[in-house]
Design a protein around this ligand. Sequence first.
Ligand code: PAF
Length: 284
Amino acid sequence: MQVLHTISQTREIILNQKQKGRSLGLAPTMGALHQGHLSLIRRSAAENDFTVVSIFVNPLQFGPNEDLDAYPRTPDSDIEAAQSAGADLIFHPSAEEILGKEMLAFVDIEKLQDNLCGRSRPGHFRGVCTIVAKLFNIITPDRAYFGQKDMQQFIILKKMAQDLNFDIDMLLCPIVRESDGLAMSSRNKYLSPAQRRDAVVLHRAIDRGMQLYGNGETNAKKIISALVDFIRQTPSARIDYVSIVDEDMQDVAQVQKGHILALAVFIGKTRLIDNHIFGEPVTL
Ligand code: PAF
């Protein structure tokens, strides 16, 4: 496995693979790899001849008061883990390499970013779309793999790929959870032991939401209000949002199969997100 830091070297390897007629998978990441990322890499390795993992902590997607500087960076263990999961190439550019001296062109998306994380984090999805569009142009994958934990991100990137005519299969991979149900996230590293115990409230809330729906409750407001009350019982938890949306990220009044329960909750200073699709079993 190679680790490359420049766009030109990466393009050269990619071209060589394409000339050999090999299919290419991409797992875009910001590093601090955990089992969730590794599941994307394993799936890509199983479905493609050549798997590229990008590692880049993208400044464009962090707001001014967010955790860009503190974001965990663990390149050595990432390289080892990506290799053992089946990566063939790691693209690990510097900020200057990928953003240049001054970026003046950006990719933005309308409507789909007006709710949930897009509403709480203005500019976040513009940063995500811009960097992923760049990665798509550099790597030119046949398939790209994303985790369901960032469901809104996936829906936005899928629409971006469609609208900008990227000829790439956009694939969503299931959330990978710790044994107590907490969705794996690089940000879990910020949690103190006590906060780590409290963080399970997100998954428990999802479980409750699905139980209410399973018992026949379809009024979105009632489900949300029950979950808000439940989450508030955990003192370290501060709710950013608890929402039920359709696939266009619009709030719904009546819940039906396929709608998405999405939450963002601060545990201390750490903002965690999770989601679940109504009608799908809750599994760990
Ligand atoms: O999901 C992430 O880790 C990031 O948002 C992504 C897709 C790598 C873009 O920076």
